[in-house]
Design a protein around this ligand. Structure first.
Ligand code: HEC
Length: 213
């Protein structure tokens, strides 16, 4: 009878032999598997084209806050002739010759520098336009023409706006020419403030206001 010690030795030899055979085979299998897995994946669902843009937070479509300063900075190099092309869109509602009658919108001759809602023969101004008691300047005109209803909720001007900064600068450079005395360009006023500009005209003396009592 084989004693249990002999049996253990035999079993150990068999196990050792199996290890010698199967361990390398296992590694070979693993090596092969890792190659075959290259084709074994699944395809990720493609993101819907143009779909969830508002929810994915990608930032690409986030509307930039409009900054009139960019348009103003582009004015000195803007091209009024290009602006005349864009202004054709405005001619559907606006005349722009001196003393011409207003159309569906007020005549725009000399609009830069004149008060909002002040063209004499135009009766169709909105309350929103009439309540702005300031002169048209570059920044306000840029914002108004960029997005009329964002600048002035309640305006009666139905116009989508000019979104491109360069086109807007060209347009405003053209509108500036619709005047007997065009408003100085914003930058053009800066050098005059420098001390080396020669003898500056004396500042107007303060006029003493008559005392009410
Ligand atoms: C569909 C007609 C229409 C179009 C197109 C249009 N406007 Fe107007 N616009 C109006 C009306 C109406 C008003 C008066 C708005 C109000 O009182 O709220 C106005 C007002 C204005 C004012 C204010 C004038 C003032 O006397 O205070 C300016 C400046 C102006 N438009 C410029 C333009 C320019 C520049 C374009 C082209 C890029 C343009 N508009 C396109 C109808 C139009």
């Amino acid at each position: 009878m084989v004693d249990s010690f002999e049996l253990s030795k035999f079993a150990g030899a068999v196990l050792a032999a199996l290890l010698v055979i199967f361990v390398p085979k296992t590694f070979i299998d693993i090596a092969h598997q890792s190659h075959s897995e290259i084709t074994g994946g699944y395809t990720l669902p493609a993101p819907a084209e143009g779909g969830g843009g508002a929810t994915d937070g990608g930032g690409a479509a986030a509307p930039a806050v409009f900054d009139p300063a960019q348009v103003i900075a582009a004015l000195p190099t803007a091209n009024p002739d290009n602006g005349a092309g864009t202004f054709k869109k405005c001619l559907a509602c606006h005349s722009a010759q001196k003393d011409a009658a207003s159309k569906a919108g007020p005549n725009l001759w000399g609009v830069l520098g004149r008060p909002h809602a002040s063209y004499p023969d135009f009766k169709g101004y909105s309350d929103a336009m009439k309540s702005k008691n300031v002169d048209w300047n570059y920044a306000d005109l840029a914002h108004f023409l960029h997005k009329p209803r964002e600048f002035m909720p309640g305006t009666k001007m139905i116009f989508a706006g000019v979104s491109d900064t360069g086109e807007l600068a060209d347009l405003i450079a053209y509108i500036r020419t619709l005047s007997d005395s065009p408003l100085p360009l914003p930058e053009a006023t800066a050098p005059a403030a420098q001390p080396d500009a020669g003898a500056a005209p004396a500042p107007a003396p303060e006029t003493p206001a008559p005392a009410p009592q």
